[in-house]
Design a protein around this ligand. Structure first.
Ligand code: HSE
Length: 400
């Protein structure tokens, strides 16, 4: 029997316990009779009505001191105290498995190194894409490739909101409330809708793909808070779907990697345009394999628990697994503002003002706004033109 501790018994942590309850016998068949036992649950709260309520502790010390606990599942969220607790667990000789993208994005390389030095693992499959296998496939199955690009719908909450707004004509806040009720959103949903969660996830994937720490603080981050139903309608009428994307692309000419998080108009012909609701979709292009698409439920208790448990079982099978990247800060990032992109613009400025700034573009007038698509231009050039409109103006990139 392998004893584990779960730190943080919220949406994901309770899903992990439920997965063990459901599938422990099946695990035993795959692991030469070994079963899993949740020996501790670390949380500030009590869970008197839960069958594992008697395992609750409020301090990490009993877990650290118990030599029978070999795997710690960290599903706390946030960096404090999750980072410190993970570090302590690793230094105490325990493997740590996490769904915590904030910790992985900020401290992943250090924790990976400490795990390696201490002969244990720090695994984080659940930190990106919820239930979708993406970390291990990129590390392992695509290992023979140089990654040319990673493009993903990486936040289930935002994709759910955009889908609901367009399909069911729900307003932003109603759709967000539903996403919270379904256990998709972060404790502070600003992290979802302002793009920070996607930004952390694309930083993790870029670090994994290119081998050095890509800090989310160095990545341009835009969210979906300004998007209106009319934007989604305009996009649909013109053959696009609006998606919040995390993108990392290596430029073949300058060798730089361009990473950003921003909403995009995705052409309906692109498979990502058909990824809806809480689903995430991640396209990885490798120089050997070509284009590979990963798709599945990107958030929620059981999908995320599925990914956490994959790591737990991996630790049980092979104690010294390493997946990760160098602690050194990435020196290969390019300036995304210099990228040349076409954009969709919605503005309160008049049609005359639009034509005077952008030339003879096709303008659609809807709900008191002018809407149009620009030619390809750099962000710097676009910013000058947008400024000249001098009114409330929203810009969304168009994916090639
Ligand atoms: N809040 C996150 C999302 C949870 O909506 O994708 C999964 O990381």
């Amino acid at each position: 029997m392998i004893n584990i501790a779960i730190m943080g018994f919220g949406v994901v942590g309770s899903g992990v316990a439920e997965t063990i309850r459901l599938n422990n016998e099946a695990f035993a068949k795959r692991m030469e009779g070994v079963t899993l036992n949740v020996k501790y649950i670390l949380d500030l709260r009590e869970f008197p009505d839960h069958p594992l309520g008697d395992r609750v502790v409020h301090e990490i010390t009993p877990i650290l001191e118990d030599r029978d606990v070999t795997i710690v599942v960290e599903t706390m969220g946030g960096t404090v105290p999750a980072y410190d607790f993970s570090k302590k667990a690793i230094l105490a000789g325990k493997s740590v498995v996490t769904s915590n993208k904030e910790v992985v994005a900020k401290h992943g390389a250090e924790l990976q190194r400490l795990a390696r030095e201490n002969g244990v693992s720090y695994l984080f499959e659940a930190s990106v894409g919820g239930g979708i296998p993406i970390i291990r496939p990129m590390w392992q199955c695509l290992a023979s490739n140089q990654v040319e690009s990673v493009t993903g719908i990486l936040n289930g909450t935002c994709n759910y909101i955009l889908t609901k707004m367009e399909r069911d004509k729900e307003d932003f806040s109603t759709a967000l409330k539903q996403a919270q009720e379904l256990g998709y959103a972060e404790k502070n949903p600003a992290a979802d809708v302002e793009g920070h969660d996607t930004c952390r996830k694309i930083s993790i994937l870029a670090s994994l793909a290119y081998g050095k720490t890509v800090s989310n603080e160095d990545v341009l981050c835009e969210g979906i808070t300004e998007i209106m139903y009319e934007d989604l309608l305009y996009a649909r009428n013109n053959g696009y779907s609006v998606k919040l994307l995390g993108r990392a692309k290596k430029d073949a000419h300058d060798g730089k990697v361009y990473v950003l998080t921003a909403p995009h108009l995705v052409p309906e012909t692109n498979a990502l345009a058909g990824v809806n609701d809480v689903y995430n979709g991640i396209s990885v292009v490798g120089n050997v394999v070509g284009d590979v698409l990963f798709c599945g439920r990107g958030a929620g208790s059981m999908p995320t628990a599925s990914a956490v448990m994959a790591d737990v079982l991996d630790v049980v099978r092979d104690c010294k697994k390493f997946i990760g990247w160098d602690e050194e800060k990435a020196d290969f990032l390019g300036d995304v503002n210099k990228n040349v992109t076409a954009s969709y613009i919605r503005t309160k400025a008049s049609k005359q003002a639009v034509i005077s700034a952008f030339g003879n573009v096709a303008v659609t007038e809807m709900a008191g706004y002018c809407m149009f698509m620009t030619e390809e231009m750099s962000d710097m050039d676009l910013a000058v033109k947008i400024k000249s409109l001098g009114e409330e103006t929203v810009r969304i990139r168009i994916m090639k």
